[in-house]
Design a binder for this molecule. Sequence first.
Ligand code: ADP
Ligand code: ADP
Length: 220
Amino acid sequence: MLELDTVTAGYDPRTPVFRGASLTIAPGEAVGLLGPSGCGKSTLARVAALLHRPDAGRVAVDGREVRGWRHRAPRDLRTAIGVVFQQPRMSADPRLRLRDLIAEPLRATGRRAEADERVAELARTAGLTSDLLGRRPHEVSDGQLQRACLARALVLRPRWLVCDEMTAMLDASTTAALVAVVEAYRHEHGAGLLAVGHDRVLLERWCDRTEEWTDCVRTA
Ligand code: ADP
Ligand code: ADP
């Protein structure tokens, strides 16, 4: 399970963005979280991805409560979760060629030897040609860069995926292609998904169930 239990989070403990957020995702399940812009969905996505420490409440991954945050959550828990954000240019190092961007988590976890094979495999899955793999972020489109960011999120074979407005900047055909990549991965690996967004039609079609922000969060 990926569990958030009565979580409070924000950027200033005196004025949290939300209080009392609870959400549970079962292995293999795809859950969409819908809410208006600015309500706190990205903050919640970052908490669920263990990238943002909550001010109160409990977060647990596969039965293990996340403890021992110093500036980051423990790495073995973080690497169980792949994350894709809305704006690929904000999460991609502009100096790295796409092949190195995809391989980055393998390098950081000391698994460099697997990199070439894994990158080739994911590039095929994500629809990136070898010409594109040799380019840097400023030499590709948003859609091509987001394909690489999705491949990076899958490279460590996470049991959980958090997609925060992954397709908000993309056209319909790239959106459909990226959703298909996520779904193929989930079916192969039994991975659970939290897809956060504001596009009800997309999330209802994509996910097993959708939650309304107002139902899973007591606003601060
Ligand atoms: P959503 O994803 O639903 O649009 P966000 O989680 O991005 O909402 O933002 C929720 C609130 O937190 C907003 O008021 C936003 O201005 C604020 N916020 C987001 N990121 C930061 C940050 N890094 N520092 C301070 N406030 C932030
Ligand atoms: P460290 O444990 O050294 O602090 P980091 O938190 O910087 O490690 O990152 C761990 C690995 O996760 C890095 O290789 C980083 O590239 C990778 N990573 C960063 N962003 C994402 C993402 N959106 N999806 C998947 N992996 C990511």
